[in-house]
Design a protein around this ligand. Sequence first.
Ligand SMILES: Nc1ncnc2c1ncn2[C@@H]1O[C@H](COP(=O)(O)OP(=O)(O)OP(=O)(O)O)[C@@H](O)[C@H]1O
Ligand SMILES: [Mg+2]
Length: 434
Amino acid sequence: MKENTKIEDKSFRGLNLQLKQWGSEDPLQDVVRKALQKPRIFKDRRVMRSDYIPGNLPHRSEHIRRLGEILSPSLRLSRASNVFIYGKTGTGKTAVVKYVFNRFREAAELEGLPLQFTYINCRIAGTEYRVLAELCESIGVKVPFTGLSKAEVFNRFRSSLREKNTILITCLDEIDILVKNYGDNLLYELTRVNESFDTGGLNIVGVSNDLHFKELLDPRVLSSLSEEELVFHPYTAPELVDILMERATIAFYPGTVPEEVVKLCAALAAQEHGDARRAIDLLRVAAEIAERSGAHIVEEKHVRLAQNMIERGRIFEALSTLPLHSKLVLTTLYLLARNDIHNLTSGPLYETYREICSLLGIEPLSDRRVSTLISELDMLGVLKSEVVSLGRYGRTRRITIMTPLDEVQQVIESDELLKSLLNYKPIVKDKYSL
Ligand SMILES: Nc1ncnc2c1ncn2[C@@H]1O[C@H](COP(=O)(O)OP(=O)(O)OP(=O)(O)O)[C@@H](O)[C@H]1O
Ligand SMILES: [Mg+2]
């Protein structure tokens, strides 16, 4: 501790000297001084990052043990069952698989067993080719970034696996993304790799947070993939408190994060579905806000601010990744609402949408397609679309934007194409309002 103080004293002396040399006019002087002199809350920032794998996973011992048992035949060099793991986001699926793989890898290395463990995130890998290439690389087979056919890469993988006579245990995380984009052919082929093997082979641990994913699989693929199944339930608020407490002790200086703050983060995350990632993010962002504002302790207000920030970030992320025409429909609604035209009917919405498309030189979609996009946006909670009766004039759809306008504005501002529309005033007619 003494050592630490000395180092800090020395660094501040150096800093003061340097800041004098910068001159009082330097716009960065204040920023740098604040950044370095602020009371510190974080002892080890890494621990609060989502890719950090804790040495201990509270409330998942049972899952760790089950997965270990299922994979244990591999330590006797017999092929274990394939496992399919599913559960909602943030329930510890990836953390548990990585934990078990790390322990098994250590044991295999100690015993000198011909066992390999590889973790592939299918969303990050992106394509079937990349998944196959990563499988190859995990057994030491180099594959060019492009240029080979999938069949060729697959053959290289299979023959090398046979030649090396090794057991490869692979986790295909977010496996649903692969199947949604490419179908289940690759999985089918992978689950059959072992048929021609006497010893060695491939063992798959499939992971998904899409509970309906199984419906997309051919029954043959499903039965080989889920020889065993593990379900991860959402954490309860008290379980999240334990998880957060464990991390907080390593991540923060003593006394900087009171128990009430941890409990609040846990309770807020549990309100949705007991997502540990959300709880950890909330605590990390709250601590960052507190630190930036110069506070010594994280308080409830910092958690509330963090929640707001995260929520806004999520909305931004969801809206900015919408397909172009959905964004155009949203922009249309935004421009109309900014001009005090709320509660509009579908006819005038289509009209303004077409107007905007022509301004941007984009071919508009048919009214029917736009109507489908409106229903999709309704399902996402971005807008509300309801059928209303116009008395003797029949029925129509009333569409109301539900997302705060300043949040939609941020999305439009961040889009190179759409931002030119921000100051556009649609031609307003009486008939727009209902
Ligand atoms: N029991 C636990 N103890 C400590 N940390 C945990 C625990 N469960 C999850 N975490 C942490 O919460 C975060 C989310 O967990 P993880 O990535 O394993 O979720 P997931 O179920 O794979 O979610 P997704 O379906 O979104 O991929 C990670 O930072 C992980 O380290
Ligand atoms: Mg995961």
